[in-house]
Design a protein around this ligand. Structure first.
Ligand code: KG4
Ligand code: ZN
Length: 358
């Protein structure tokens, strides 16, 4: 089964062609990603209007490149998938409308994919991870612990009550004048800093519900920075190191709580799976390894390019859904907000599904 996938929910314009043979990992035939980071960097964050325009300008040639690199023609693909949300609505409209047009013209089924579901299923593309597994999704917009028990079967075990972890890294970088996106810059500074110099809180520590809170940590960091201002190089490094260490300990504690809830409800997961840009952080990877080790399960972290936003994960989610007969009508509406738990599974198959050749 070969699927074209399109991703335009944030600041990456991406398209890919992926093949799913059966259970077990898939094959990425092409994976083209155009980052808009340069367009947004002067503003210190993603500007929705700029993002939507950039997607319009780039998507045609990104799709053409993905098809060309895959060595397959439109006629040879089995379906077209696009991220239909959640995300910045202007961009989502661009990607979903493009996918609908390609599907209609070529007589292929459409799969309207939830962006979070695509992150959740990436471990099956890269490692063929069997259900059920525990997903830790940490990106600029999301921080979630999810029980993944089947295609379309996702239960949110915990989430952040305020900022996402990536967002906290980005805000820290902004506060310290490091630039955007902040995660990699804070990590680099942290490597040469003293993580014990500033006493920062570990919000939610010890709670049984596996939720996160990052905004108190951010405020505490700002207060510490103000105390030592003007900041010398060493201060910035120490602040970054202390911040990152706090985040690492928060993740350790919150994931342990998440594992407990998972086990109590569903038994032992096959793996702890990481997704989202934050998983690129070495210190965070280490603590994920530790949680998995303590739980006696393996850790699956997809390669960095597949942890951050990309078209392959959308194509793969499309292939997984197509394999279950889960397709979507051509009037499927884009969604700015779309919680994982509201995704249709094979158990509640939509009656309007577009039939290939119909
Ligand atoms: O998944 P992603 O590429 O985009 C979405 O938000 O969907 O994640 C981007 C986020 C940004 O907030 C970025 O600062 C964070 O991931 N990030 C990192 C690192 N690399 C990226 N955070 C911490 N350490 C990193 N090395
Ligand atoms: Zn994402």
């Amino acid at each position: 089964m070969i699927v074209l996938g399109i991703e335009t929910t944030c600041d990456e314009t991406a398209a890919a062609v992926v093949e799913r043979g059966g259970d077990g990992p898939g094959t990425i035939l092409s994976n083209v990603v155009l980052s808009q980071i340069g367009d947004h960097a002067p503003f210190g964050g993603v500007v929705p209007e700029i993002a939507a325009r950039a997607h319009v300008e780039a998507l045609d040639r990104i799709v053409a490149a993905a098809i060309a690199e895959s060595g397959r023609s439109f006629a040879e693909i089995d379906g077209v998938a696009a991220a239909a949300g959640p995300g910045l609505i202007g961009g989502v409209i661009v990607g979903l409308t493009t996918a609908k047009a390609i599907a209609l013209v070529n007589g292929k089924p459409l799969m309207a994919i939830n962006h979070l579901e695509a992150h959740a299923l990436t471990a099956r593309l890269t490692a063929g991870t069997p259900f059920p597994y525990c997903l830790f999704l940490a990106s600029g917009g999301h921080t979630q612990i999810v029980a993944v028990r089947g295609v379309g079967d996702y239960t949110l075990l915990g989430t952040t009550v305020d900022d996402a972890i990536g967002e906290a890294f980005d805000k820290t970088a902004k506060l310290l004048g490091l630039g955007y996106p902040g995660g990699p810059l804070v990590e680099r500074e942290a490597m040469r800093g003293n993580a014990t110099r500033f006493a920062l809180p570990r919000p939610m520590h010890g709670r049984t519900e596996p939720d996160f809170s990052l905004s108190g940590l951010k405020t505490a960091l700002r207060l510490e920075a103000e105390k030592v201002a003007p900041l010398a190089d060493g201060d910035v490094a120490d602040l970054c190191a202390s911040f990152q260490q706090a985040v690492v300990e928060v993740i350790h504690d919150r994931l342990r709580a998440g594992m407990k809830v998972f086990r109590a409800r569903y038994g032992t997961p096959t793996a702890l799976v990481a997704a989202g840009g934050v998983a690129a952080n070495e210190a965070i990877r280490k603590v994920l390894n530790r949680v998995a080790f303590e739980s006696g399960i393996k850790l699956v972290v997809p390669p960095h390019a597949l942890c951050t936003d990309n078209g392959a994960m959308i194509a793969w989610a499309g292939a997984e859904r197509l394999a279950q007969g889960l397709t979507d009508p051509l009037d499927f509406a884009p969604r700015a907000r779309w919680p994982l738990e509201e995704i249709a599974s094979a158990g509640d198959r939509p009656g309007l599904a577009f039939q290939p050749g119909a």
